[in-house]
Design a protein around this ligand. Structure first.
Ligand code: PLP
Length: 378
């Protein structure tokens, strides 16, 4: 089979597609005609199956080295589908540094679905081993974590789980399968928000689950059809288009992220820089300033960086996770996970790095001037 970069721009054909289109056609239709006399149409209803989404899912499965991939209407729908593999009375062990929406969902499933949730520092596989019990159904981790970019040892966790029936779920939103393939590291389920890097243009929401086990895939596919959470055809088509440039986007955006992190490390205003280990990839960098007011001021004054949640798009963005993407994480939960209130998260886009650095330098300068003024008046 072709390598990923080749495969991304040469998706498989839709079987029987008569016009031999070079780009995947969009089947914007809810229904497909049935043939009552012999010859079955493999497609009948887009909630259950759609040719455009099928091509997308073949691409996603190939990228992750999976038996099957399923596309959902959002990343959190994919997270939810994975968590629902556990039922009332079951336990899930989860990382203590997770996406805010995942934390919110876990809290709700704990209260209303009777799911046992154990939060553990999953960077240490031995702690996970100690937390395992007879009712543990899933171990759910993110790596690197968002926004603090802590790295979890997926292979180490897979080792610990070898003798236990619990399934290892990895949220791979921060890196994408071009940089990290959790299934190859021993995870049972790899999922991600395709809203971020895979889509890459900030114009869609989507989520993906990739699995290596056929029975798990069938269970997920059954539930997705029964609940109607599959990705719509137009979004599937947009996502395919976004994915065709994933590899080149990543290269440029990662270079920009590294340049920015290097620069941040030289700044006296910055008390701490969070970045992934060299060679890991990823387009997110975060830093602390020791002052929520200063962090807010820097964000306000940055012009090329839009103040938005989300990351991974072609346009650079900046935000204060504590007040934005992680606002649903309670103060107590933030305290356990150690998410600093002054932490600023940056996602680098495709802009020229020199423009990004100049913009941030100006924002830093203006924010410190403002502090001087404030002191003087006080
Ligand atoms: C954004 C994100 C999600 C949720 O994805 P949506 O597409 O926004 O629903 C889940 N996990 C992580 C790590 C994310 O960054």
């Amino acid at each position: 089979m072709s390598r990923p970069d080749t495969r991304l721009v040469q998706p498989p054909r839709i079987p029987g597609e008569p016009a031999r289109a070079t780009s995947t056609p969009l089947y914007q239709t809810a229904t497909f005609a049935q043939d009552l006399e012999g010859g079955r149409n493999p497609w009948d209803y887009s909630r259950s199956g759609n040719p455009t989404r099928d091509v997308l899912e073949e691409q996603l499965a190939a990228l992750d080295g999976a038996e099957r991939a399923l596309a959902y209407g959002s990343g959190i729908a994919a997270v939810s589908a994975a968590l629902r593999l556990a039922g009332p009375g079951d336990e899930v062990i989860v990382g203590d540094d997770l996406y805010g929406g995942t934390v919110r969902l876990l809290r709700d499933y704990e209260r209303h679905l009777g799911l046992g949730v154990r939060r553990v520092d999953v960077r240490d596989p031995l702690r996970v081993r100690d937390a395992l019990g007879p009712r543990t159904r899933l171990v759910f981790v993110e790596t690197p974590t968002n926004p603090r970019l802590r790295v979890v040892d997926v292979a180490g966790l897979a080792d610990v789980l070898q003798e236990h029936p619990a399934q290892l779920v990895v949220d791979n939103s921060m890196l994408s399968p071009l940089r990290q393939r959790p299934l190859e590291l021993g995870a049972d389920i790899a999922l991600q928000s395709a809203t971020k890097l895979l889509g890459g243009h900030g114009d869609l929401t989507a989520g993906v689950i990739a699995v290596s086990d056929g029975a798990v895939a069938e269970r997920l596919a059954f539930l997705r059809n029964a609940e109607g959470s599959a990705l719509a055809p137009f979004e599937a088509w947009l996502l395919l288009r976004g994915m065709s440039t994933l590899s080149v986007r990543l290269e440029r955006q990662e270079r920009n992220a590294a340049a920015l992190a290097d620069w941040l490390e030289t700044r006296p205003e910055v008390t701490r820089v969070h970045r992934v280990p060299a060679g890991t990839g990823g387009v997110v960098v975060s830093f602390e300033t020791g002052s929520v007011a200063r962090s807010r001021e820097i964000i306000r004054r940055a012009r090329l960086f839009r103040t938005t949640v989300s990351f991974g798009g072609v346009t650079s963005s900046i935000g204060l996770p504590c007040a934005m993407s992680h606002a649903s994480v309670s103060e107590a939960e933030r305290a356990t996970s150690g998410l600093a209130e002054d932490l600023v998260r940056i996602s680098t886009g495709l802009e020229d790095a020199r423009d990004l650095l100049a913009d941030l330098e100006r924002a830093f300068l203006e924010s410190s001037r403002k502090e001087e003024t404030a002191d003087c008046l006080a």
